[in-house]
Design a protein around this ligand. Sequence first.
Ligand code: SF4
Length: 119
Amino acid sequence: MSVGVETSVYMNVSIMGCGCNKKEKKTGPSVQEYGGKKPLVMPSITKQAWNFTKSLTKYVKSGMHDAGKEVFEQRIAVCNTCPWRKDEKCSKCGCFIDVKAKWGTSTCPDDRWPEYKIK
Ligand code: SF4
């Protein structure tokens, strides 16, 4: 008995699955579909709330020590060219950049900011 080409293709598809790429569906569209730049994904709301609570606790414990105008401007300059920046927020931690840069106890989650020690 001979098996035709169409039957053979059908059998291969049946054995290997439906032929759809499940991995691609799971991870979303490819980078090429976004014109070479994949949109940044923010951390979950729970993770953002946790990160903010940790930062706020450190800031309050320090006596609400602000970094000062010069350090604030240095930090903002770095954030402005950072690939993690998404609008007014840092997509690495989910914090508002202007608030984060103002607090003396804040640190960049990607170690991009200049070193700052509270005096
Ligand atoms: S805090 Fe750090 S990681 Fe986030 S946007 Fe600024 S430089 Fe980038």
